[in-house]
Structure formats: structure tokens, C-alpha cells
Design a protein around this ligand. Structure first.
Ligand code: SAM
Ligand code: SF4
Length: 412
């Protein structure tokens, strides 16, 4: 039997797909192309927009004899629309019990929840979920409805999984959760303690984490980021809007002044850190003035990177009760304006690396060049083929808005 998996969504979804792959592999299936596969699994995401249209486009031409499974962060309303199209609609959090529904799958012994099903991984990067779900209920967001309430994974489990990965030669460990800073709800070990524990594992590897909610971003976390040598100088800190009124309507319990203070502290303690953010444009009631406040703060903070999303009403969320009064055309315009600001600040930030020596992890190597990521999560390209999954050093010789070019430093 052969399977093929199609994934939409964030790193959490991609990691879930890798768990699904492992379950199918253990059951004797072989990964294959869409054409060859007997089972096609669609792991979809309703968070940023309607997935129904995308899925429909994807599955309409799939022959009837193939078995179709739908899973992922899909809202109930989207699932209902898809009921007729799929043979199985299964919850990802019940992955360890899928064998009860699909007879071709094996029971994975000892699996109490989906965390216990290992992910199929490819070096050098491995994602390790530390928590799942979210209790924050930002008014636009589907995550609490599709993933449920926050649940933290026992620290021992995270440490032993990470330790095995490092032993196997993984060099970049991402600790994942929708709001990692509220890991264990602040009880011991809290997220900064967890970072320290992972940092104390032996081996030469990098630690990254995402996502961080500004409301839970503590001084203790900054201190651990600064002092734990394996924790990389990269941080994604979603702002969502540069306007206090909008933040209130989004149910984001911080204001711009507080966000600014966190950024100032981080930059003071960890100079040169790469900062990225998430922004939503066209949220209900976003006036021109409110939008300009976002533009202003992007110019002021000078992010290295930003994920700019156009607001899309998600059924079941609070914001659907507000009028989606910004036209699509206007949302596109606003996104374009912010992208232009970002391109400038990204270029400036990347130029600040010119002449500097950076460590990078080689991802893709061809005969002529190798591409990788620096510690600050910037894309870097150097001439010549290198061993994928190894660390190297380079001097930065060119910078664009999208990345760096480096000259390899040999024997460093
Ligand atoms: N937990 C993170 C945080 O606190 O910001 C973000 C996780 S969310 C799954 C990823 C991003 O999707 C959000 O930061 C937001 O910018 C975007 N997003 C979520 N819901 C959205 C919606 N209804 N419309 C547009 N973008 C949305
Ligand atoms: Fe969604 Fe807000 Fe939770 Fe992030 S913190 S996952 S945006 S509800």
C-alpha cells in the first residue's frame, strides 16, 4: 500500500504531517506520488483563510478508488462542507487512535496521545512540539477552536526526544507551540527553564522556538536566550497591529508601548538579534489612521522579517460578529504598502551584516553553490558544494532584502 500526504499550514501542521507519515510507515505503507498512492491524506489549515476552495481544487481530479483522508486545523464548518468528498475525516489529536477507524493501520503500542507517535524526520532540522492548543482566543483566530485548549507536554518527554535527535545528528531543533511562553502555565519548569534544560544537552546544535506571545514574554526568557549558547539569536514576536484600539478589538492584551519596551530590552541584551513579526491588515474597523500606526511602528522597529496576512473572517471566532468592512482591494493595497516598508528595513538589517563572520548550517548543496541559514535565521548562499547538515563559517560579502551572500572561511 502506498500513501501521499498534502500539507497546508504552519510548522505545527508540517510537523503533524511528519507524525502521520511515521504512523503510515510503521504500518507498512510506502510514501509515493499522488498518482501512485492508494491513500491520500490532506492535512489542511483553516487558520488564515477558507481551505475548502483549495481542497476542492486539489481533490476534484483524484480517482474514486483512492482512499481520501482529511485532517488538520480544520474548522467544523469547513469539515461539514467536505464530508461528502472524503472517506475519512479524522482529528489530528486522535492520531494515535486512527487505527480504530482505518483497518490498514497498525496500533502503535504505548501511544497515549498523538505526541507519542514519533515524527518522520529529515536532517538537519527537527521540530519538537512542547505544547499544543491555545487559551488566548484572539478574536480573529481559529486555533483555539481547531486545536482546543492549551496542553503542555511533560518536560522529560521533550528532553528525551531532543536528546535522541541530537544523538542522531540533528543540528537545528525547533521547539514548537502556539504560545510557547505559557508552557506549563508558568509552573515549574516554565518555558525559560525548559530552554535551559534543552541547552544543557551535550552536542553541537542550535535551538529555535516559535510562537511567542508578547503578553507572556518575560525578562527571565530574555536572560535565558542571552545566556544559553545554543539558543539562536532569532525571535518571532507577533505584533498583529500597531494600533492600540485594534489590539483591543483583536483581544491581544498588550499595547504598543509595552511591545516597544520588550523589543528595546531584547535588543539591549542580545544586540544583532533577528526580529520577525506577524501582522494582520484589514481587520474589521481598521481605519486609515489605525493602518498608518502599523506602518509607523514597522518603520520604527525595523523588523528583519514580517509575515503579513490579509484579514479573513473565520467562522466561530468573535471577530465574525464585527463587520468585515475593508474591501479585498484595500487589504491588498495595505499589505503591499507594508511589504515595501519591510523590504527596506530587511535590506538595512541584512546590510548591517556585511563584513561580519557568521556561522551557518548548510541545507542544500549543489556542485556550484550551497544555501543555508545563519544563526539569525537569514538565508545565506556561498560558492561551492558543502556537506549538507554541517555547520560552516562565512564572511558576509553581499546583502539583499531576502538574504546574504557569503565567502566561505576555511578551517575555522
Ligand atoms: N500564536 C501566534 C500569535 O500569538 O500570534 C500566531 C499563530 S497563528 C496560527 C499564525 C498567524 O496567522 C497569526 O500570527 C496571524 O497573523 C495569522 N492569522 C490568524 N488568524 C487570521 C485571520 N483570521 N486572518 C488573517 N490572518 C490570521
Ligand atoms: Fe491564535 Fe492568538 Fe492563540 Fe496565536 S495566541 S494561536 S493568534 S488565539
Amino acid at each position: 500500500m502506498k500513501y501521499h500526504i498534502v500539507t497546508y499550514g504552519c510548522q505545527m501542521n508540517k510537523n503533524d504531517s511528519r507524525r502521520i507519515m511515521h504512523l503510515f510507515d510503521l504500518s507498512g505503507f510506502v510514501e509515493a506520488s499522488e498518482e501512485e498512492a492508494d491513500f491520500i491524506i490532506v492535512n489542511a489549515c483553516s487558520v488564515r483563510g477558507r481551505v475548502v476552495d483549495k481542497i476542492r481544487g486539489k481533490i476534484n481530479n483524484i480517482p474514486k478508488e483512492k482512499t481520501l483522508i482529511l485532517t488538520g486545523c480544520v474548522l467544523e464548518s469547513d469539515m461539514k462542507e467536505m464530508r461528502e468528498k472524503f472517506d475519512y475525516i479524522l482529528k489530528i489529536k486522535n492520531l494515535h487512535q486512527w487505527h480504530k477507524k482505518i483497518k490498514q493501520l497498525k496500533k502503535i503500542t504505548g501511544g497515549k496521545d498523538y505526541f507519542q507517535i514519533e515524527a518522520k524526520r529529515e536532517k538537519p532540522t527537527a521540530h519538537v512540539p512542547v505544547m499544543t492548543g491555545c487559551d488566548n482566543f484572539c478574536s480573529y483566530c481559529a486555533v483555539p477552536y481547531v486545536r482546543g485548549r492549551e496542553r503542555s507536554r511533560p518536560a522529560e518527554e521533550i528532553i528525551s526526544e531532543t536528546s535522541e535527535l541530537v544523538e542522531k545528528g540533528f543540528k537545528e531543533i525547533w521547539l514548537l507551540g502556539q504560545n510557547v511562553n505559557s508552557y506549563n502555565k508558568g509552573k515549574k519548569p516554565d518555558f525559560p527553564d525548559l530552554l535551559e534544560k534543552v541547552n544543557n544537552l551535550k552536542g553541537d546544535f542550535w535551538i529555535r522556538f516559535t510562537s511567542s506571545h508578547p503578553k507572556d514574554f518575560s525578562d527571565k526568557l530574555i536572560e535565558k536566550m542571552k545566556n544559553c549558547e545554543k539558543v539562536t539569536d532569532y525571535l518571532n514576536l507577533p505584533l498583529q497591529s500597531g494600533d492600540d484600539e485594534m489590539l483591543k478589538k483583536m483581544n491581544r492584551p498588550y499595547n504598543i508601548e509595552q511591545y516597544r519596551k520588550i523589543v528595546d530590552k531584547i535588543r539591549k541584551e542580545i544586540p544583532g538579534i533577528t526580529l520577525s513579526t506577524d501582522i494582520i491588515v484589514g481587520f474589521p474597523g481598521e481605519t486609515k489612521k489605525a493602518f498608518l500606526n502599523t506602518k509607523k511602528i514597522l518603520k520604527e522597529i525595523r523588523f528583519d522579517m514580517a509575515y503579513i496576512a490579509r484579514y479573513s473572517p473565520r467562522p466561530e471566532t468573535k471577530a465574525t460578529q464585527m463587520e468585515d468592512n475593508i474591501t479585498d482591494k484595500e487589504k491588498k493595497e495595505r499589505a503591499k504598502e507594508l511589504t515595501a516598508v519591510l523590504k527596506k528595513t530587511a535590506l538595512e538589517k541584512n546590510r548591517s551584516k556585511l563584513g561580519k563572520k557568521v556561522r551557518f548550517l548548510a541545507y542544500d548543496s549543489g556542485k556550484k553553490s550551497t544555501t543555508g541559514k545563519t544563526e539569525g535565521y537569514k538565508t545565506i548562499k556561498v560558492e561551492g558544494g558543502l556537506k549538507e547538515g554541517e555547520f560552516y563559517k562565512a564572511e558576509v560579502v553581499e546583502a539583499t532584502s531576502f538574504g546574504l551572500k557569503g565567502k566561505l572561511i576555511k578551517n575555522d
